[in-house]
Design a protein around this ligand. Structure first.
Ligand SMILES: [Zn+2]
Length: 449
């Protein structure tokens, strides 16, 4: 496929001669160069279970195994890194307030944390404290006492283990990911969306694993990709692009294996990628995950309010057959992309299945056919030939494309996909391409577990 018809000028400049020390992924950077990522230097990390976990408040469904959910959440991350958690208990109930850390890493579900959430509808929050060198010295996790929780998939409640797994990612130093299927994706779905329990965030995605391994553990045998994005011809002249999504998909399987968001300097780094051949896609963050969703608290993304609008492009080159080879021998530097790029006309906002639209990942199973929805500006301009899934084992069914009627300010289409029973677990992307050649991705919008 070509980008014929786009007046896009992408210049691959000389490769950067010097490798700066890199931190991958959407990490909680403490400096503008994206070198110092907040992380724990102490091992093991001692986590204090608040007594509230033993006698949870009424917003948590009676009989839910709160402690089991916390232990599983910690275990998911410990299993893929060299981080160890040591469990202890505390009579403390509330998050430490700003600038008043107590060096206790409290996990609490107490109703006394209502003030920390105020009007927030977020199911959980993690408050992280750093020392002057960027090391994490304390992190407290609280659940929102104004939101309902359960551990059994009860519709209209949040899944405890999913919420805790996401918050433990923040405790370890991760920011939000723009991969829709990632545990660190910013918006947790309630059980019942698409008529299903919302358990997918219990399972770490390859993207989550790459991110946490960039902070902890060995990088032996892994590779990395870095580069810089600069826009030309926009109001204000040439400037770096802050808040663009860059993600790497395995060219063979189509699986998303790592992603990041560009810094204010336009720089990006994706580390701890398995050696292999990749498609690297660069796009605006204005879809189901918005630029303003990335920063959880402070750090280098906290000033990220809006993404620069530009048309998605492939860093590997205009053809899908051009690949970026990642090896463990040397980092891959893509240099600076300088581009003048027209305003996108394809703007997917929502996905869906089972008659419902959402921004939640579509959980598909091997050996079955599903009707899936995509909605957003320009979506009705796409023909069947312009619809594809990144996995060669997930095919779009011929003649299944339909225009749908939903109460949305933009068009919604639906089409069927058949998932081969041999498809590997992981997150895959929906690719949309107009007849004019403009394309965009819903990155990691499909998960197979
Ligand atoms: Zn979060």
């Amino acid at each position: 496929m070509t980008r014929k018809g786009l007046s896009v000028i992408i210049t691959l400049l000389t490769l950067l001669g010097v490798q700066t020390p890199m931190r991958a992924y959407t990490l909680e950077y403490r400096d503008s160069a994206g070198v110092v990522a907040g992380r724990w230097l102490t091992k093991p990390i001692i986590v204090s279970f608040s007594i509230s976990l033993n006698s949870p408040p009424p917003n948590i469904k009676a009989g839910s195994d709160v402690i089991g959910a916390v232990r599983n959440a910690l275990e998911h991350w410990a299993k893929v890194t060299d981080v160890q958690f040591l469990e202890t208990s505390s009579t403390a109930q509330t998050l430490s307030s700003h600038n008043a850390g107590d060096r206790i890493n409290l996990i609490t579900v107490s109703a006394e944390n209502a003030a920390a959430f105020r009007a927030s509808e977020s199911p959980g929050r993690t408050r992280v404290f750093y020392d002057s060198g960027g090391a994490i010295v304390e992190a407290d996790i609280a659940l929102n006492p104004n939101q309902p929780f359960s551990s059994d998939g009860t519709p209209g409640t949040y899944d405890l283990e999913s919420t805790f797994t996401h918050e433990v990612g923040h405790l370890l130093g991760l920011e939000h990911s723009a991969i829709i299927g990632a545990t660190m994706q910013p918006r947790q779905a309630m059980n019942g969306v698409y008529g299903l329990p919302a358990f997918t965030q219990r399972t770490l995605s390859a993207d989550d694993v790459a991110g946490v391994r960039a902070l902890y553990g060995s990088r032996v045998g892994t590779g990395s990709i870095s580069g810089k994005l600069i826009a030309n011809g926009l109001a204000g002249g040439s400037r770096p692009i802050f808040g663009a999504q860059i993600f790497a998909e395995d060219a063979e399987t189509g699986k998303v294996l790592g992603s990041t968001v560009s810094l204010a300097s336009g720089e990006y780094h994706i580390e701890t990628l398995a050696p292999g051949n990749y498609h690297v896609i660069v796009q605006s963050l204005e879809g189901p995950v918005a630029a303003s969703d990335i920063a959880s608290t402070g750090g280098q993304y906290s000033s990220l309010i809006e993404s620069t609008a530009f048309r998605s492009f492939m860093a590997n080159g205009p053809s899908l057959s051009q690949l970026i080879a990642v090896t463990s021998d040397a980092p891959v530097s893509l240099g600076s992309f300088v581009f003048t790029n027209p305003t996108p006309t394809l703007k997917p906002q929502v996905i869906g299945m089972n008659g419902e639209l959402s921004t939640t990942v579509l959980p598909l199973k091997g050996g079955k056919t599903f009707r899936i929805y995509v909605g957003g500006e320009g979506i009705d301009q796409i023909a069947t030939a312009g619809l594809s899934i990144s996995s060669p084992l997930i095919g779009v069914v011929t003649d299944s494309l339909q225009q749908e009627e939903f109460d949305t300010p933009y068009p919604v289409i639906s089409f069927e996909v058949t998932v081969a029973s041999s498809v590997q677990p992981g997150d895959y992307s929906i690719r949309l391409q107009s007849a004019g050649g403009e394309f965009t991705y819903l990155a990691g919008a499909i998960t197979v577990e």
